[in-house]
Ligand binder design. Structure first.
Ligand code: ATP
Length: 153
């Protein structure tokens, strides 16, 4: 049996002169992605996205673009510690995850990571595209960047 889980997150960017810089976080299993996390009971997608961004990066001044909301789906099988914890809690180890992403602008440059992340970096689009681990995250970055370019015209 597969368990369906939902998360919500933000493609965070800031302006650096003429440049747009995207925030990527490196997670403990080394993958690079955007801040995101589980939706808790009673939370809206946007509330989760903002809360998780604040928890994982300390960024709390997000200006969210109301016209941008995109989701991805991916499947994975829990391994290692996550697998053990799930089995103990009587939860399934095969997971189909839906992640909704918003687009948010910050004026901050300082990032305060939580224990889940090991590193962060602000990248321009091309480099962010190279550093992002998963193709589905890349597709989110591509549409976010297109959206921003259009919003500027
Ligand atoms: P959440 O951030 O929702 O609290 P989590 O911290 O449990 O979730 P995820 O980042 O969702 O963990 O990662 C769970 C598994 O899915 C890991 O093995 C991770 O490498 C993988 N994963 C994360 N993002 C993607 C993606 N976009 N595409 C495919 N696999 C992914």
């Amino acid at each position: 049996m597969i368990c369906f889980e939902k998360s919500s997150g933000v493609v965070v960017f800031r302006r650096d002169g003429e440049k747009i810089k995207y925030l990527l976080l490196q997670y403990r299993n080394n993958h690079w992605s955007f801040p995101k996390g589980h939706i808790e009971d009673g939370e809206s997608l946007l509330e989760t996205a903002k809360r998780e961004t604040k928890e994982e990066t300390g960024i709390d001044d997000l200006e969210i673009f109301p016209g941008f909301s995109r989701c991805i789906y991916f499947y994975y099988k829990a391994t290692g510690q996550e697998k053990e914890e799930r089995i103990k809690a009587g939860r399934k180890i095969r997971i189909l995850k839906k992640v909704n992403f918003f687009l948010g602008k910050t004026k901050k440059t300082d990032v305060v990571l939580s224990e889940e992340q090991v590193d962060f970096a602000w990248f321009e689009f091309d480099e962010a595209l190279e550093r992002t681990t998963y193709p589905k995250d890349r597709s989110i970055l591509v549409v976010a960047n297109q959206y921003l370019k259009k919003a500027e015209d």
